[in-house]
Design a protein. Structure first.
Length: 150
């Protein structure tokens, strides 16, 4: 019998860029690709993005010549410069291993932005699990922060 593990986590960041600039880093295909999918050891097979409510994002990549990992996203709610709500599933080869609901909230905070990322996930068989997923998003948000300070 298979078991599903559920988890919720929240990551908060103070970014030195304006909410408009942070939002653009999520909304613009080239900007998002730069901080979200590019990286040392990654070979990108596909990155397609249609950032709008009802739009989708699909990517597939290998890491250090391993199996193909894919990410399929659907955007549900977008409020310019304030909020992005999306669902996404991840798969290794043809085996889906997680499905998540994620919310990105952007709030003006002095001369920067308070980013609040919340994920509610269902981890299926052979999943990375909540601790690794939170670590993965922490690293992605580090990359976003580095991208914004260029």
């Amino acid at each position: 019998m298979s078991e599903t593990q559920h988890a919720t986590f929240v990551i908060e960041r103070k970014l030195s860029a304006s909410p408009k600039r942070v939002f653009a880093a999520w909304a613009d295909k080239e900007s998002k690709r730069a901080w979200f999918v590019e990286g040392k050891g990654f070979e990108i097979q596909k990155f397609e993005m249609n950032f709008r409510e009802g739009g989708s994002e699909d990517s597939s990549f290998t890491f250090q010549q391993g199996q193909i990992c894919s990410n399929s996203t659907l955007y549900h709610d977008i409020v310019d410069n304030q909020r992005i709500v999306f669902t996404y599933s991840m798969a290794m080869g043809n085996a889906r291993f997680s499905v998540s609901l994620a919310t990105v909230e952007l709030r003006g905070d002095g001369d920067g932005t308070r980013l609040i990322f919340t994920e509610q996930a269902a981890f299926l068989e052979n999943a990375d699990g909540p601790k690794m997923r939170e670590q993965g998003w922490t690293k992605l948000l580090d990359q976003l922060e580095n991208y914004l300070t260029r």
